[in-house]
Write a protein that binds this ligand. Structure first.
Ligand code: MN
Length: 294
């Protein structure tokens, strides 16, 4: 096979972690990292990655209390441990190991996110990722909506070695489509590769493409090594990426069509103008996001 390989713009080690509430110990790859910023991975606006963390047992689940969102979607992927959530529209649920919650905050919601009770009592290894997918201006005020995507719902494409598998959450791989509904073209996959496995991916030149090594070690485009917890940022010169697993590995793959619209963001809101940000705070302060008990 002849591949037209995308350039590797950067292999980024995890930035120093910060805590979101007392439950989420995350490395922010974007928008905080120079080289990506607000638009470098658009339509993905934020990637908070919780690398493996041994959470001590606690009778009070750790997490983050009631807060609002407007103007985008939160996609939470639990790799180890379980996340519970409640919102102001009366929705609640648990994101189990290997599962994904795709929440369209849209016009606005209040929610809280915690370690699930039983997990919290026992403690254990916790590893997760939360991605904020921006919404095109015309969908920013769409009603709140949830897609609970359990691991069994994902489209699974086995590779030739029969043990490696590409799990499709959103988008298309090898002609097969994932379950998530998206408001703009987005691909989100987990590549679960056994040692020595090779996998090829093709994404349009104009799309922004990045990959996060969740587990193991990956040789990228037959040249560079990406260790565990590193993020690989690709350029726009070509379409193909080739991964080869140096050991049993898991890679989170993101690609999407950039939303070429202005961004105004503040805290939990991602809008197009400062006036819309001001409105979001006003609506929040006036109780228009509803009510949720602490
Ligand atoms: Mn949140």
């Amino acid at each position: 096979m002849n591949y037209n390989l995308k350039s590797i713009e950067a292999i980024m080690p995890p930035p120093h972690f910060h805590m979101v509430g007392d439950g989420f110990r995350v490395h922010n790859f974007f928008p905080s990292q120079p080289g990506i910023g607000l638009t470098g991975m658009s339509p993905f606006f934020l990637l908070d990655y919780g690398s493996k963390w041994l959470v001590p047992p606690s009778n009070t689940p750790r997490g983050v209390g009631v807060h609002p969102h407007r103007g985008f979607e939160t996609v939470t992927i639990a790799y180890h441990g379980k996340v519970a959530h409640h919102d102001s529209a009366g929705n609640s649920g648990v994101i189990g190991e290997g599962d994904v919650q795709w929440m369209t905050a849209g016009a606005g919601v209040l929610h809280k996110e915690y370690h699930e009770k039983e997990f919290s009592k026992k403690g254990g290894i916790f590893q997760m990722a939360q991605i904020w997918v921006n919404l095109p201006a015309k969908y920013k005020m769409t009603p709140v909506k949830y897609q609970a995507i359990e691991n069994k719902d994902m489209t699974k494409v086995p590779l030739d070695d029969k043990e490696s598998v590409i799990e499709i959450i959103a988008g298309v791989y090898d002609g097969k489509k994932g379950p998530a509904f998206t408001f703009s073209p987005v691909s989100l996959f987990n590549a679960k590769l056994i040692s020595g496995a090779k996998a090829c991916f093709t994404f349009k030149k104009s799309f922004n493409t990045g990959m996060l090594v969740i587990e193991g070690e990956i040789k990228v485009n037959n040249s560079k090594i990406a260790p565990e917890n590193n993020f690989i940022l690709f350029g726009h010169n070509e379409e193909d990426v080739v991964l080869e697993a140096s050991e049993n590995s898991v890679v989170l793959i993101l690609s999407g069509e950039p939303i070429n619209e202005p961004i105004a963001s503040s805290g939990p809101f991602v809008m197009n103008t400062e006036a819309e940000i001001k409105q979001a705070y006003e609506d929040y302060n006036n109780g228009k996001f509803g009510y949720l008990a602490d």
